[in-house]
Design a protein around this ligand. Sequence first.
Ligand code: AMP
Length: 416
Amino acid sequence: MDFNSFNLHPKITAGIVAAGYTLPTPIQAAAIPKIMQLRDVMGLAQTGTGKTAAFGLPILHQLMQGRRGCVRALVIAPTRELAEQIHVSLSQLGKQSGLRSATIYGGVGINPQISKLKSGVDIVVACPGRLLDHIKQKTINLSQLDVLVLDEADRMFDMGFLPDIRRIIKCLPTRRQTLLFSATMPQEIRHLAKEVLTDPETVQVDIVAPPTTVSHALYPVPQHLKTDLLLELLQKTATDSVLIFTRTKHRAKRLGEKLGASGYRAASLQGNLSQNRRQAALDGFRSGAFQILVATDIAARGIDVSQVSHVVNFDIPDTAEAYIHRIGRTGRATRSGDAFTMITEEDGQMVRTIERALGNQIEQRRLDGFNYSVAAPACTAQPARRHTRAMPRPKSQQERSRRSPSNGRSVSGGRR
Ligand code: AMP
């Protein structure tokens, strides 16, 4: 199946060519025909599967017919970064269409948004809170709405947005098409889907399977040597752009600074940044001005940087879902990517959980030439000694024979 088989408007097809897409991704192949038949759709797909174009292309196609300059499509997304990305993506795909889109989210002035809405837009991409403000102030007219998209519905639930979503939906015309996209299906999203979708068609791409173009590796390391190992890994690996995840915003900030001090073009993205600085970090990473971006899960939600070559989990995530979400930033669509995860001895349980979700054991690596036996500084000597002694599943036979059976037991091995 290629894009021609959808019979999209020629001006939209021109946008696909300009974006460089040659073949539809599975979610696009499944969703586009259904959306073009004006069916309500429930899309089970995670970021990185091409879901934005899966709903964006048929919407742009539909909007080529009919009135211009009034809001006919509304996309609701959990974060401003995601809203911006969707807006950029729709603007790129619809470049020839003459359709206009605007973003609406908090943390920035409301007046420019009001002016933009007044000037007449066809598509609005919004975060729930600020959209409700506009609805209350009557600065947005949604009476002509044809299609509503709820994107990353599970994230919106996580972030406590469902009551706002329900309030917004009450203000929309009941005769409309509704598309709901979610990576997972918690009970609350099932309820929401029941309320808002009419006779929906479900389209699904593997929920738990990460992109097959990603290769995974675990790097066992004592906690206090993580930064040194990272620096050596970066030096020895040909990387394009690297997204690094830490557990806390403090760690993200500190690591970003250390990488900068070591000569890397690095930025960190964490909740404490002002909107301008977040945007500057993201834009710099996208443009290549920053080669490395260090982020927490929350700060990185929905980041779409298609050319990420490596995702490094400086700290292992808390859930398998978060792992898959993180590494979804690399190996996108047709590209390939690497996901490196640093693990300490406390991470064994989570490694097992992630491996179960992937359906595979992840290769464990030791970096040749790296000195794993450097002692921890005095203040962290206790935990570091423990890590050093019981570092999980060493690669070399020599290392293995040095360990007692219990200490040397692999983090992930010997159970399947
Ligand atoms: P999304 O899941 O919408 O965040 O898309 C993930 C990435 O895949 C984005 O960088 C898109 O530009 C890219 N993409 C979407 N559809 C295609 C396609 N059919 N071929 C190649 N890349 C695509």
